[in-house]
Design a protein around this ligand. Sequence first.
Ligand code: MLT
Length: 252
Amino acid sequence: MIPLKVTTRNDRGPALLLIHGFPLDHRIWTPQLERLPSSIRIVAPDLRGCGSSPLPPGPCTIDDYARDLLTLMNEQKADRFYVAGHSMGGYIVFSMLRQAPNRILGAALVSSRALPDSDDVRKTRETVAERAEKEGPGFLAESMPARAVGETPPPGVLDRLRTIMGEAQPAGVAAAARAMAARIDSTPGLARIACPTVVFAGRQDKIVPPAESEAMAKAIPGARLVWCERSGHVPMLEESDLVTRELASLAR
Ligand code: MLT
């Protein structure tokens, strides 16, 4: 069992598990932690090797992150719960839906995708992993924030991304890049998702093409597609009120 660093709010009622993306940590959900209605119980962990959570030795997979979180929710005494995953966090949500579909009351997929990586992207991931191991996360903190936001990000968003990415653990970044590269295609399972699902798509997303999010939403029975018109890849920061409102209505 990995002692994940976890930020919680409330300890009653159905929980909403917030899963961050790459190379980030739970602080990406700060607006939601601050503004979701106080009646909603929140569990916002740092994944293994991210933020303040330790990384066990050896490689890890998307399924390992998912297993960590299912165990965490047991510890939190949350048998059934809502879950929101941002980007890589969404890849983890798909794994949780495969491993424990009956535990998920509702899911939000924020700027995420069901398709696996192409061979070219896998090669780039390995380069990123090796670079992070050699020189730390600074190169990501320099290059990624601008790519992650839309044309006019709200004040403070770029700085927040630079801070979180710059503080990422080198070995955790490498592990996550390799885990994403090895992930399977989640498309075949989309039609079997039976819980209420919300898909958030940033109209200006340069990392996950919004058309891919749209196609994913169409393939999930009854899924609601929420367009974030002024967002790139991080609508929970760029259009935080919209995302907070939609999550509140999912987890109500
Ligand atoms: C993320 O935001 O989690 C990553 O950019 C996802 C990815 O690179 O596939």
